[in-house]
Ligand binder design. Sequence first.
Ligand code: FES
Length: 197
Amino acid sequence: MSDPVVNAGGATAAPPAPPASAKPTPKPAAKPAKGETRREWWGTVAWTTFTASMIAMLLGTVRFLFPNVLSEPPNTFKGGDITTFEEGKVEDKFKDRGAWIILDRDEKNRRIIYALSTICTHLGCTPNWLVGEKKFKCPCHGSGFKISGVNFEGPAPRPLERYAVKKTDDNQVLVDKSKKYQKELGQWDDPDSFILV
Ligand code: FES
C-alpha cells in the first residue's frame, strides 16, 4: 500500500492517480493486394460455373432416366360413350391427342368403330376432315384420304394408320396409341384395330 504524501503545510494529499491507460487506436484494415482480389473473383466464377454444370448434369440424368414423365401425355384415353357415335361421322375432338374416332361400315359391311392416326403418311403433317367433301385433306402437299383412312389422291403412299381400340366396362371407346395397325400389312383385320357395334 502506498504511503500518503505529506505536503509542505503538513497536510496529506491523495497519491497521484495512475495515468489512464491509453486506448489502442484501431489500425485501418489492411487493403487486400490487387492480385488477391483477382484470385477471389476468379474463384467465385469457377465455383459458380462448376455448380451450374453440376445442376445441368443432374437434370440431364433425371431426363434420361425418366424421359416421358413430364413431356408426353399418356398413350391411352377414353374417346366417348359408344352409343353416342353416329355412322359416317368423324369425331374430331380428339385431334389434338392424335386421333379421329369414327363409326362406319367396313369392307364386309360391318358397323365398326376405329381410331385413325392424324399423321399424314406422306411426310407427317396433320390433315383436316372436310365434312362437305367427306374426306381428310392434307394441307402440306394435298394428299386425300377417305373416311376409312385409305389414300386416294396426292403423294401419300399408303393409308392412315389405326390405333388399337377396345370397349370398356362403362361402354366407352378406349384408344391405345401405343399399338398401330397398317392396312397394307393386313393389320386392319386384327380385332384389336376396331370395335364391332
Ligand atoms: S405431308 Fe401430307 S401430303 Fe405431304
